[in-house]
Design a protein around this ligand. Structure first.
Ligand code: FES
Length: 105
């Protein structure tokens, strides 16, 4: 069941500068690419690292800890040592508001 929550605003998101938001107890990394916004779990699936502290290039985020890579559109791991996906969240932009669906994954 969808549970849309206001997470941040578009004007606070800068491409290439991921932002950590806490929504309903979940730490979520939020990314901007042009007018698109994508959201994935902040915690890397490999070990203890915050993906929002990584380097974003286009749709790829590189984990700051060991260099694993993820596709921010799907959460899919695209480079070793990250092999398991992280959760991705549906995002809706309404005007300046960025809403994230934190409902069932
Ligand atoms: S903690 Fe992210 S790749 Fe190892």
């Amino acid at each position: 069941m969808a549970k849309w929550v206001l997470a941040t605003t578009l004007d606070r998101l800068v491409e290439g500068m991921p932002r950590l938001v806490r929504v309903g107890g979940d730490d979520i990394a939020v990314f901007r690419v042009g007018d698109e916004v994508h959201a994935i779990d902040d915690l890397c699936s490999h070990a203890e690292a915050s993906l929002s502290e990584g380097e974003q290039r286009g749709y790829t985020i590189t984990c700051p800890q060991h260099g694993g890579k993820f596709d921010i559109r799907t959460g899919r791991a695209t480079r070793f040592p990250a092999v398991s996906p992280v959760r991705s969240y549906p995002v809706r932009v309404e005007g300046n508001d960025v809403l994230i669906d934190t409902g069932a994954s």
